[in-house]
Design a protein around this ligand. Structure first.
Ligand code: AP5
Length: 218
């Protein structure tokens, strides 16, 4: 049966890093709600005006809008063989809606927690830099680019720092994760669909666990 791979974990745990590897190596589309909202902010529409302060504060975008964009995106042809969800679901309502979407689409949901203690996350988030062209993710402490401040793949492009990767917003994002998203781990555990990967190791070691969890499933 085709799969929806739900990557779970706190802000900065490495969901995006692992989702990109899965996309490159398994050929399944990576669907990141955070990336979709950041793309929306570039449109200067009234909706972008509503979403901008929510992202800037580290709160969650309302379920109704989030579910709508996920339903639209996952209904596209490239998702027929399954897909990777990075950053969704984040609330009980979203998780319930994903069950419905999965059943309509004929996919099986498997959740994987990239597990990282909170004290490691701040450095990961404040040190993160991203290429605005290809989305490649760097870190000034853990994965610096070959030339400081520039993408390895696009050597002429300056790396960007996310607006929500500042100390105050990080605090709110972590609190929001604990309050709204962490309870979903029990939800997937109770139905034996949660796998865990120790996210403090090198990305390749984490990927190996995730790959095993995904391919070991029926
Ligand atoms: P989103 O973009 O999803 O942000 P997040 O969940 O806070 O997660 P991040 O993207 O910050 O971290 P990540 O786990 O992907 O880590 P990464 O791989 O980049 O959401 C942003 C906002 O959008 C939310 O706050 C909310 O407002 C809104 N939103 C999104 N989805 C929503 C939803 N479903 N409902 C409502 N609102 C929603 O890695 C981080 C850094 O660590 C990088 O520098 C990387 O190089 C480094 N790193 C990664 N792995 C390792 C490793 N193994 N060792 C050392 N360094 C590592």
């Amino acid at each position: 049966m085709s799969k929806i791979i739900v990557l779970m974990g706190a802000p900065g745990a490495g969901k995006g890093t692992q989702a990109r590897l899965l996309q490159q190596r398994m050929g399944l589309p990576q669907i990141s709600t955070g990336d979709m909202f950041r793309a929306l902010l570039k449109t200067e529409t009234p909706l972008a005006g509503e979403v901008r302060p929510i992202l800037a504060s580290g709160q969650l975008v309302p379920d109704e809008l989030t579910i709508r964009i996920v339903r639209d995106r996952t209904g596209r042809e490239d998702c027929g063989e399954g897909y990777i969800l990075d950053g969704f679901p984040r609330t009980t309502v979203q998780a319930e809606m994903l069950e419905q979407i999965a059943s309509e689409q004929g996919h099986h949901v498997i959740a994987i927690l990239v597990d990282v203690p909170f004290d490691v996350l701040e450095k990961r988030l404040t040190g993160r830099r991203t290429c605005p062209v290809c989305g490649e993710i760097y870190n000034v402490y853990f994965k610096p680019p070959a030339r400081e401040g520039f993408c390895d793949v696009h050597p002429e492009v300056h790396l960007a720092q996310r607006a929500d990767d500042n100390a105050e917003t990080i605090k709110t994002r972590l609190m929001t994760y604990q309050r709204d998203t962490q309870p979903l781990l029990d939800y997937y555990d109770a139905t034996d669909r949660l796998r865990r990967a120790d996210g403090t190791r090198e990305p390749e070691a984490i990927y190996a666990d995730i790959e095993q969890a995904v391919t070991g499933e029926p």
